[in-house]
Design a binder for this molecule. Structure first.
Ligand code: FMN
Length: 148
């Protein structure tokens, strides 16, 4: 299974790495459980046309708005959105996993929800900050159920 992610302050990167380690352990126990390969999208990434299905992981950075009835602006993660737009990469995206901080109330994980709405792939799961070991196991299970 392939994961594309963006991480500004390292939380999503840490979670993705834990997920890949967990997948490796699961795979060693039972080869039916798929391993995970990771690709980080940076501000200076060379954009490529994706050729295999993947999951997108995106944290939330919004400027302004309350997530309900007034505007909010995506900041810092736009490269991920542009990457999904590039060569229609979003068509290979099986779903998005969002992260954020629940202190942001209605804006919690909103970027992932906005991607799901904009591109038409499912919002699969959310977790806070770096996530917990329980989040890793839960999210892995959800990816397994949704990968083709
Ligand atoms: C300027 C700023 C704005 C943020 N806005 C939101 C937000 O609107 N909703 C949310 O759920 N989390 C918000 N967060 C929390 C981040 O999404 C959270 O810390 C996430 O784990 C960062 O992931 P990263 O370390 O991979 O970049 C914000 C954090 C910062 C620093």
């Amino acid at each position: 299974m392939n994961i594309l992610y963006i991480s500004i302050s390292g939380n999503t990167r840490a979670f993705a790495k834990h997920l890949a380690e967990y997948a490796k352990t699961q795979h060693e126990r039972n080869a039916d459980f798929p391993e995970i390969s990771l690709k980080e999208i940076h501000e200076n990434s060379d954009f490529e046309k994706e050729t295999e299905p993947f999951f997108t992981f995106v944290p939330t950075y919004l400027d302004g708005g309350n997530g309900l009835d007034n505007g909010d602006t995506e900041i810092l993660t736009e490269t991920m959105r542009e990457y999904l737009e590039y060569e229609e990469n979003h068509k290979l995206c099986l779903g998005v996993v969002g992260s954020g901080n629940k202190n942001f109330n209605n804006q919690y994980c909103l970027t992932a929800k906005q991607y799901a709405q904009r591109f038409g792939f499912p919002f699969l799961a959310d977790y806070e900050l770096r996530g917990t070991p329980a989040d890793v196991a839960r999210v892995y299970q959800i990816l397994v159920e949704n990968h083709k």
